[in-house]
Design a protein around this ligand. Structure first.
Ligand SMILES: Nc1nc2c(ncn2[C@@H]2O[C@H](COP(=O)(O)OP(=O)(O)O)[C@@H](O)[C@H]2O)c(=O)[nH]1
Ligand SMILES: [Mg+2]
Length: 310
């Protein structure tokens, strides 16, 4: 197989463009987008400190050993990959930062909620289209917006740790539903059995919903223990996705499209509202008591539908 040469600088430039200009991103990706079925996008999610970055480093190492090229997108602001403000030089913690077969990019949380999901979709979709064999997305699986991000992943690895007092039940329900592989990292710690039992119970309760039954892997990422077992499951899930491509991909693509459409429409609407100080006029009416916010909402609805038809 001849591989497209990876041009890190060109990629970095394209990503900056995508992040900074939504309209340009749409034009660029409309041209570049590819969805080859031999590219696996692996989402690694879980609570802060669970060992996601350490685990990602292990996974990169294994994929590289198989001769695969890897792109990494870290949405976790505290990730060593991102070299965040506080942890300035931790990017060097990645053993793979200088490997030309590995492309690492961080995404700032940059405030905007929906924006994070959308910008991550764009960047991951670009990387999916750019000739890498695998793309890893690290996110902190805490909020809905982080869970939304995972619609872009083919395989979602949920990383948990024993005995943090965070019962599995307390985790956001949505994240349990999208996990394809459970990892119990820091399996060198006490409390592992209880966590396994809790996960098993949840899986058992939802058994009918699964075609692919999520396995539970135990790892000690800092010692590279259990990584082969995890990689086996990652490969099995890739094969499962290939065999059930439409059933797996369709709901994920639907979720992406929903988010993308909502983002696109809200940008259009904000552009319309921003025109001619309409918004200010409405606000003046509300503040002066001439209209209430619901009457204004009705006006906004009418205004937008007229403008959209024109
Ligand atoms: N004892 C133990 N510590 C680990 C393990 N994996 C990661 N750590 C440590 O946990 C801390 C958080 O790891 P990190 O990968 O940054 O977690 P993240 O926030 O989920 O990305 C670091 O100090 C790691 O060295 C493990 O399997 N066992
Ligand atoms: Mg991290």
């Amino acid at each position: 197989m001849t591989k497209k040469k990876l041009d890190h600088r060109a990629l970095a430039r394209q990503i900056s463009e995508i992040e900074n200009d939504r309209d340009a991103a749409e034009t660029t990706l409309a041209k570049l987008y590819r969805d080859p079925d031999n590219v696996q996008v692996i989402g690694i999610t879980g609570p802060p400190g669970a060992g996601k970055s350490t685990l990602a480093d292990c996974v990169i190492g294994k994929l590289r050993a198989e001769g695969k090229t890897v792109a990494v997108v870290a949405v976790d602001p505290s990730s060593p990959f991102t070299g965040g403000a506080i942890l300035g030089d931790r990017i060097r913690m990645s053993a793979h930062a200088d490997d030309p077969g590995v492309f690492i990019r961080s995404m700032g949380s940059r405030g905007s909620l929906g924006g994070l999901a959308h910008a991550t979709f764009d960047v991951v979709n670009l990387l999916r289209s750019s000739g890498f064999d695998a793309v890893i997305v690290e996110t902190v699986g805490v909020g809905q917006s982080e869970i939304d991000v995972l619609a872009v992943a083919d395989t979602v690895v949920l990383t948990l740790v024993p005995g943090l007092g965070d019962d599995v039940q307390a985790l956001k329900a949505g994240i349990m539903e999208i996990a394809d592989i459970f990892v119990i990292n820091k399996a060198d710690r006490d409390g592992k059995e209880r966590l396994v039992a809790e996960i098993r119970m949840i899986l058992e309760l939802n058994r009918d919903r699964f075609d692919w039954v999520p396995p539970i892997c135990e790892t000690v990422a800092t010692e590279q223990r259990g990584i082969d077992g995890l990689m086996e499951q990652v490969a099995l899930h890739a094969a499962y996705v290939r065999d059930h491509r439409e059933a797996v991909r369709r709901p994920k693509l639907a979720r992406q499209l929903e988010k993308m459409a909502a983002d696109r429409i809200s940008r259009d609407i904000l552009a319309i509202l921003g025109n001619g100080d309409r918004f200010t006029a409405w606000m003046d009416d509300i503040v002066a008591g001439r209209k209430n916010p619901y009457q204004v909402m009705q006006e906004i609805g009418n205004y937008i539908s007229v403008r959209k038809e024109a």
